[in-house]
Design a protein around this ligand. Structure first.
Ligand code: NAP
Length: 289
C-alpha cells in the first residue's frame, strides 16, 4: 500500500456487509503502481444511512466510490446525474464527485462484455440465456442487448420477482428481446441457447459442488454454446467444469470483476490503469493459478 501522508486522498467501496469485498486489494495495487497519493478503503454504510454518508463523503472531499449490496439501486435518487447506461441497468456501481454533485455509472456491463471481446462471434445470431434475475442479471441483460443478441431469455425462481423484472425495463431494444421464464422452462430453452450466463450464486465457494444446471441440462446445450459464470471462486465452478468437459467455450467471473474495477478507476483518475496488476493482485489474494 502507498504511504499515507497529510495529502493522501480517498476512494472507497460502500456496502453492508463490506468486509468480504475484494475491491480494496485490486484498487490499492493499481494505485500504488500508478504512483498516486490516493488509497481505497472499505466504507461500511447501512441502508438507512446512505444519504447522510453521501453528505459526509462530500465534506471530506472523497474522490469517488464503488457500490455493492444493498446500495446499487437505492442510491439512484440521491445522485445529481446518472448516465444512460446506469439508468438502463437500473443500478449504479461507480460514483464520483463533481461540482454539480455526485454522479454515477455502471461499469458491470463493461466488465461483463470485456471477457467476451476475445471471441469472433456473430452475436446477432446468438440467443442469450440468463440464469437468475437479481442485480447482476440486469447488467448482463443490458450487455447482451449491446452485443446484439436477438433474444434474451431470463430464468428466475420467484414468480413475483420474475414479473417485476419483466416490467422493469424502459428501453425498447430490451423490451422487444427479453422473455422471462420459470426454472422449469430450461428443458425447452437450453437447446437453443448460444450464450448461457449464470448470475445466481449457486456453485460459489463454500458450496463449490453445487451447480445451477444439472449434468442432464448441460447436455442439452448446443455444441457451439458459450458458458459464462459470474462466480470467480472456485475456478472452475462445477457448471463451467461440466460445460468445459462437453467441449464448450467457458468464461469465469474474474475478468468481469477486474474489468469493472479497471473501468471505475479510469473514471476516477482519468488515466490509463494497470489492468494486469489488478488481475494479478486478485489472483494472488484468492490463491488462484
Ligand atoms: P442477487 O441480486 O442476490 O441475485 C441473485 C439471483 O440468484 C436472484 O435472482 C436469486 O433468486 C437467484 N438465486 C439465488 N439462489 C438461487 C438458487 N438456489 N436457485 C436459483 N436461483 C437462485 O445477487 P447479484 O448481485 O446479482 O450476484 C449474483 C452472483 O453474481 C454472485 O455470485 C456474485 O458474486 C456474482 N457477481 C459477480 C460479479 C463479477 O464481477 N464477476 C459481479 C456481480 C455479481 P431469488 O431472488 O429468487 O432469491
Amino acid at each position: 500500500m502507498s504511504v499515507i501522508t497529510g495529502t493522501t486522498r480517498l476512494l472507497g467501496v460502500m456496502g453492508d456487509p463490506i468486509s468480504h469485498s475484494l475491491s480494496p486489494v485490486m484498487h490499492n495495487a493499481a494505485l500504488a503502481e500508478m504512483g498516486l497519493d490516493v488509497v481505497y478503503v472499505p466504507l461500511p454504510v447501512r441502508g438507512k444511512d446512505l444519504a447522510v454518508a453521501l453528505e459526509g463523503l462530500r465534506a471530506i472531499a472523497l474522490i469517488g466510490f464503488s457500490l455493492t449490496i444493498p446500495h446499487k439501486q437505492a442510491i439512484l435518487p440521491l445522485l445529481s446525474q446518472v448516465d444512460p447506461l446506469a439508468a438502463a441497468v437500473g443500478a449504479v456501481n461507480t460514483v464520483w464527485w463533481t461540482p454539480q454533485g455526485w454522479q454515477g455509472t455502471n461499469t458491470d456491463v463493461f466488465g461483463f462484455l470485456a471477457a467476451l471481446k476475445v471471441l469472433n462471434q456473430d452475436w446477432n445470431t446468438t440467443p442469450a440465456l440468463v440464469l437468475g434475475n437479481g442485480g447482476a442479471a440486469r447488467a448482463v441483460v443490458v450487455g447482451c442487448a449491446q452485443l446484439g443478441c436477438p433474444s434474451i431469455h431470463v430464468v428466475g425462481r420467484d414468480a413475483e420477482k420474475r414479473a417485476q423484472f419483466q416490467a422493469s425495463w424502459s428501453a425498447v431494444e430490451i423490451q422487444t428481446r427479453l422473455r422471462v421464464h420459470d426454472w422449469e422452462s430450461l428443458g425447452q430453452l437450453l437447446p437453443h441457447a448460444g450464450l448461457v450466463v449464470n448470475t445466481t450464486p449457486v456453485g460459489m465457494k463454500p458450496k463449490g459442488n453445487d451447480s445451477p444446471l444439472t449434468t442432464e441440462l448441460i447436455a442439452l446445450l448446443p455444441e457451439r454454446a458459450i458458458a459464462y459464470d459470474l462466480i470467480y471462486v472456485p475456478q472452475p465452478t462445477r457448471f463451467l467444469a461440466e460445460a468445459s468437459a462437453r467441449g464448450l467455450q467457458t468464461f469465469d467471473g474474474l475478468e468481469m470483476l477486474v474489468q469493472q474495477g479497471a473501468e471505475a478507476l479510469r473514471r476516477w483518475t482519468q488515466q490509463e490503469v494497470p489492468v494486469g496488476t489488478m488481475r494479478a493482485a486478485l489472483q494472488r489474494h484468492l490463491g488462484l493459478g
